[in-house]
Design a protein around this ligand. Structure first.
Ligand SMILES: N[C@@H]1[C@@H](O)[C@H](O)[C@@H](COP(=O)(O)O)O[C@@H]1O
Length: 261
């Protein structure tokens, strides 16, 4: 696992957008796995800016969703499908034909989950999966004690995650769904490159457990330690609990620029 400590969220966004740009340069129809939440927004903004300036051609990019609320109609402004249309697809100039995601309103949720796992495989697999992290160490919506081998399935949100996400629902926890569909940890680990971005002090403990703790289902993000190409990008605040911060700084500073992340 590589840990890159950047000065701030904007720098993190630029670094990851550059990795996506490089990927699209060598594989124009790359399948980009994207996450919701506030953390990844600087990545999407930086990538969209490169597309607008002509530095990147994203016209053949494909976008795969990580997780979704169960029961919110697709057109609800806070369904993750709507969020990704607004924050990722439209800014990149992509239509919904470039998008794949699980159906949170399906009558048969287990069948919809299995269909999504199959669709990801049939699409050739995710090339680069961008992840955020919950304050409890969740990735996607894989809450603590999720199986590290899990596939896409329905999960129940913890109270803490519903409190954290209430800000997207007028601060009203009553509006935050209890159930979600999420790519499983086993599904996520099949992506070719995992890039986790964490910013702010609120994520420092979860980041330390992810990077320096044991691989344990109680911290789902620690499963990244099992992946051959995982990059954790953190700002100074999110890095503040890392015991090996100086080592990570030193290693990254000595890395040849052509290697990217
Ligand atoms: N399902 C999403 C996660 O994918 C995201 O990583 C997390 C953190 O969000 P934020 O980046 O806003 O802190 O929120 C939600 O729970």
């Amino acid at each position: 696992m590589e840990v890159v400590i950047v000065p701030d969220a904007k720098a993190g966004g630029e670094l990851i957008a550059e990795a996506m740009a490089e990927l699209l340069g060598r594989k124009p129809d790359a399948l980009l796995g994207v996450a919701t939440g506030s953390t990844p927004l600087p990545v999407y903004q930086a990538l969209a800016a490169r597309v607008r300036s002509g530095a990147v051609d994203a016209s053949r990019a494909r976008i795969a969703q990580l997780d979704e609320y169960v029961g919110l109609p697709a057109e609800h402004p806070e369904s993750y499908r709507s969020v990704l249309r607004r924050e990722v697809l439209e800014p990149l100039g992509l239509g919904m034909d470039a998008f794949m995601g699980p159906d949170g309103t399906a009558e048969d949720i287990p069948a919809a989950c299995a269909a999504y796992d199959r669709a990801l495989t049939e699409a050739g697999g995710v090339d680069l999966q961008l992840l955020g992290i919950g304050t409890d160490g969740h990735i996607g919506f894989n809450e603590p004690c999720s199986s590290l081998a899990s596939r896409t399935r329905i999960k129940t949100l913890t109270e803490q995650t519903r409190i954290d996400n209430a800000r997207f629902f007028d601060g009203d926890i009553g509006q935050v769904p209890h159930h979600v569909i999420t790519q499983g940890i086993g599904t996520i680990l099949e992506a070719r490159h995992l890039v986790l971005l964490a910013t702010g002090e609120g994520k420092a403990e979860a980041v330390a457990a992810t990077v320096e703790g044991p691989v344990a289902a109680v911290c789902p993000a620690s499963a990244l330690q099992l992946h051959p190409h995982a990059t954790v990008v953190v700002d100074e605040a999110a890095a503040s609990e890392l015991k090996l911060a100086d080592y990570f700084r030193h290693t990254y500073a000595g890395k040849p620029a052509w290697q990217g992340i």
